[in-house]
Design a protein around this ligand. Structure first.
Ligand code: PMV
Length: 385
């Protein structure tokens, strides 16, 4: 009678940011946003859910620790999947066991909640046999999670209905559309506690007039330009729009009162280096974007990866003998061409300003598995480890 499924789901990195809600409860955003879905090969959330008449209690484990089931966003998602299911399904009345983990450190401040909720909702949708779009359900867990329901390039359309039913994500291009696209995630060493995106957004909506202007006037036209740049694989324009949008998002965070400061000196140093490199190349070859934290996400084409990594290593050298510094897709070590070195005049920062780098690419949406060896829960609904 028991039903069990396991799902893996991707992280996504926005190039046009979501920041600010018009409805806090339903999580309806003030503006559309657009992101690239990151391959699950090196970064993903994995969730197993079991529903069974034999379970006596609802249970939830995250990264090896038991969590309270009394979590509003989790319960909003469960309520919403149940509402969409055929009410006659017996499993709707069975207790639930959930076990979830990320294959990258949550402490790195990388968008783990987006992958986590996309994973959770995809698994529930399979167990409760739900058809059709489920991005509006994932949205109730974490806004940006709705974009992780699809692979490739994804737009979250804010919608016009008060109930949020048309606030959904849509794929604008598959991962295969721009195969040369690569992503470098520069994990910045930082211990400062940041404000949660929920608090930051709330404060921004209340106090920042720039936020109003951005969502009403700038994003609608910028997002159309971004869709066009992606469709045409126009990297130069894509990069410019990405960097402008990240900068504007952080400007709004500073325009918030009291301000939310997410980028640190290392983040600004990385942005400066990208501009220096792009100027030297006389066109945009690398784009940076920063979310609600100091880590940099760089979009660049495969042809630039080796050289730009050499530039990063020159400016932000790793600690001596550091193992596992460059993770993900392997890269051949390269030296910076002498002419470029002289011309760029790179400022060398202290060693160890970056914790590590993940080299990855654009990938597909969530994937389900029914294979027993993939499940994180055993037959009794308890974590295997
Ligand atoms: O989904 P949330 O509440 O974690 O918000 C994420 C907001 C940003 O990551 C900063 C931007 C975005 O569009 O992903």
């Amino acid at each position: 009678m028991t039903k069990i499924v396991t799902c893996i789901a991707p992280v996504n990195i926005a190039v046009i940011k979501y920041w600010g809600k018009q409805d806090e409860e339903l999580i309806i955003p003030l503006n559309d946003s657009l992101s690239g879905t990151i391959s699950t090969e090196f970064m993903c959330a994995k969730t197993t859910i079991m529903v069974s008449p034999l379970l006596t209690e609802n249970k939830f484990w995250l990264n090896g620790k038991e969590q309270s089931f009394d979590n509003k966003r989790l319960n909003n998602c469960i309520q919403e999947v149940r509402r969409r299911a055929n009410p006659e399904l017996p499993q709707l009345n069975w207790k639930i066991s959930i076990c979830s983990e990320n294959n990258f450190p949550t402490a790195a401040g990388l968008a783990s909640s987006a992958a986590g909720y996309a994973c959770l909702v995809s698994a529930f949708a399979a167990l409760y046999e739900i058809k059709g779009d489920i991005s509006s359900i994932a949205r109730r867990g974490s806004g940006s999670a709705c974009r992780s329901i699809y692979g490739g390039w994804v737009r979250w359309c804010k919608g016009v209905k008060n109930d949020g039913s048309d606030s959904i994500a849509k794929q604008i291009a598959a991962a295969s559309h721009w195969l040369e696209m690569r992503v470098l995630i520069l994990v910045v060493n930082d211990t400062r506690k940041k404000y949660s995106s929920t608090d930051g957004m709330q404060r921004g909506v209340k106090t920042s007039e720039l936020l109003k202007y951005r969502s009403q006037t700038i994003v609608p036209r910028r997002i159309e330009a971004m869709v066009k740049a992606i469709n045409e694989k126009d990297f130069h324009t894509f990069a410019r729009l990405t960097m402008e949008d990240s900068n504007q998002f952080h400007a709004i965070c500073l325009d918030t009162y009291p301000p939310c400061v997410y980028m640190n000196d290392t983040s600004h140093g990385i942005a400066e280096l990208v501009h220096l490199y792009n100027e030297y190349k006389a066109s945009n070859k690398v784009a940076y974007t920063f979310d609600a934290g100091p880590n940099a996400c760089l979009y660049l084409l495969e042809s630039e990866v080796e050289e730009f990594l050499a530039v990063i290593n020159e400016a932000f050298p790793p600690r001596e003998n550091q193992v596992d510094y460059l993770r993900g897709i392997p890269v051949t070590n390269r030296c910076i061409p002498e002419k470029m070195r002289l011309s760029l005049n790179i400022k060398r920062h202290e060693e160890g300003m970056l914790k590590y780098i993940i080299h990855t690419k654009i990938g597909d949406g969530p994937q389900l598995s029914h294979r027993p060896e993939d499940h994180l829960l055993d037959e009794a609904g308890l974590p295997k480890r």
